[in-house]
Design a protein around this ligand. Sequence first.
Ligand code: UD1
Ligand code: CA
Length: 486
Amino acid sequence: MSTELGATEMSKGMGSKPLTAIVLAAGQGTRMRSSVPKALHDLCGRPLVCWPAQAALDAGADRVVVVDSPARALRGALPAGVEVVVQEQATGTGGAVRAAADLVDPGALVLVCAGDVPLVSAAVIGDLIAAHSRTGASATVLSTVLADPSGYGRVVRDPDGMVARIVETKGGGDATAQELAIAEINSGVYVFDGAALLEVLPQLSADNTQGELYLTDAFAHMRAAGAAVGALVTEETGVALGVNDRAQLADVRALAQRNINCGHMRAGVTIVDPVSTYIDVDVVIGEDTTIEPGTRLCGSTVVGSGATIGPQTTVIDSQVGNGASVRMAWLQEATVLAGAKVGPFAYLRPGTVLHEDAKAGTFVEIKNSDIGRGARVPHLSYIGDADVGEGANLGAATVTANYDGRAKHRTKIGKRVRSGVDTTFVAPMTVGDDAYTGAGSVLTEDIPAGALAVARARQVNVEGYAQRHADDAGADPQAATTPPAR
Ligand code: UD1
Ligand code: CA
C-alpha cells in the first residue's frame, strides 16, 4: 500500500521508455567492520547487492549496472547479464552515479538503488515507476515513515507538501534539529528521467559535513531549476530499510526470512515453527512437505513434496525427493531420492546419492557414495567412495577403509549384500551380489557373489582361567578387586 505526495499530476504513458537500473555498491561499508565488502555479506543465501539487482531485473529493467569499487570484488557474485562499472574513489553516492553516467541514455528512465537496501521489491519498483510516469516529475524518491528514522536522510517538504530537498543526517552536521525530527526517510531508491539526471550530476558538490558528493543534493538542484520532484511514500517500511551495520543486517534478515517462509507456507509447505526455520531465497520446496523446528535449508537445495525435514537439520545445496524423511541430520551436496530415510544423527557429505527408499540411519557418515535403492546403512557406519547395490544391508559399524594415507580407493558392494556388524572393507575391493561378511571382519580381498567372507582370529576359550589367576594371587576369585590381565 502506497500513497503519492507532492508531484504534479501529468499523465504520461507508462512502459514506453527503456529502464536502466544503477545499483550503488562502491562504498567502503566501514560500519560493517569487515574485511568482506558489505555488498557481499550474505542475506538468506544471496549477497546483499544481488537483492536490489535482482529486484531491478524482476521489475523489467533493460539494463542493470552495478557500481563497484576498484577492488572489483562483485562481478563474480552478480546475476547473469548485470554490468559493472568502477567508481575509482569512494567520493559519495553522487560520485557513484557519475561513474555510471556514460551508460545513461537521456531518453531512458533511470532507477537508482542503494546496494544496501536489499528488500526493495520488483512490485514497489513498479509502483515507483508508475508514480513517476504519472506525475511527470524529473525524479521520484521512494520514501517511508519510520518510528526511528535515525541515520537516514530526511525528506524535507515545502509548505505545500512538495519534496523540497533531502537532508543528510550522518556525521551530525547537515540537518537542523527541526529536520532531524522529520520521520519521513529517503530509502535510497529513486527514478530519474535520464536527461534530468545527466544535467544535475555535474552540479553536485562536496560542500557538506562529510565532504562527499551526495546524490540526494540532486533534488534541491532540480527544484531550483523549476523541475518537480515527487515521492512515493510506501507503508511497507521493510522495503526501505538500509543495512549499514551487522545489527541492521540481522533486522533485515528477520524480515526477509519471514517473507520467504510465508511464501512457502502459502504455497503449501507446513513450517511448524517459522521463527526457528531458515530457508534461503532460492530454495524450492514441494507441497505437503513439513519442515520441523530448528531446520536450515540453504543454497540451491530442492525438496520434493510430502517430505519431512527436521527437526534440527541443515541441508545445503542438496536434493531431497518426494516423501523422503531427513531428521536431525546435516546434508551437503547430497541427493536423497524419493522415500529415502536419513537420521536421526546422520552426516551426508558431497557426492552422496541415496536412492529410492534407502536408509542412512543413526551416527552414519556417507561421502561420495551411491547407496542403491532400498539399501540400508542403519547404524554407526562410515561409507566413503563406495557403490552399494540395491537391497544391501550394512550391519552396525560397517566401515569402508577408503584412504591408504595417500590416495582414496573405491569399494563396490553388490546387490543384497549383508555385512556383519563391525565389518571393515579395505578398499579397493569388490563384493559380489548376495555375499555375506562375518561380524568383526577386516576384509582386504574381493568377495565372490554369494560367498561368506570371514577375516578375524578364531576365538579361544581358556577354561579355568579365573581360578588360576586367583590361586596365583592367593585370593578368593569372587573377591578379586583388580580384573585379571588378558
Ligand atoms: C544514503 C542516503 C540517505 C538514505 C540512505 C538510505 C546519500 C548521501 N544518502 O545514506 O539519504 O536515507 O542511503 O539507506 O545518498 N556508495 C557508493 N559509492 C560511494 C558511497 C556510497 O557506491 O562513494 C554506495 C554504498 O556502497 C551503498 C550506497 O551507495 O550501497 C549508500 O551509501 P551509504 O554510505 O550507505 O549511504 P547512507 O549513509 O546509508
Ligand atoms: Ca546505507
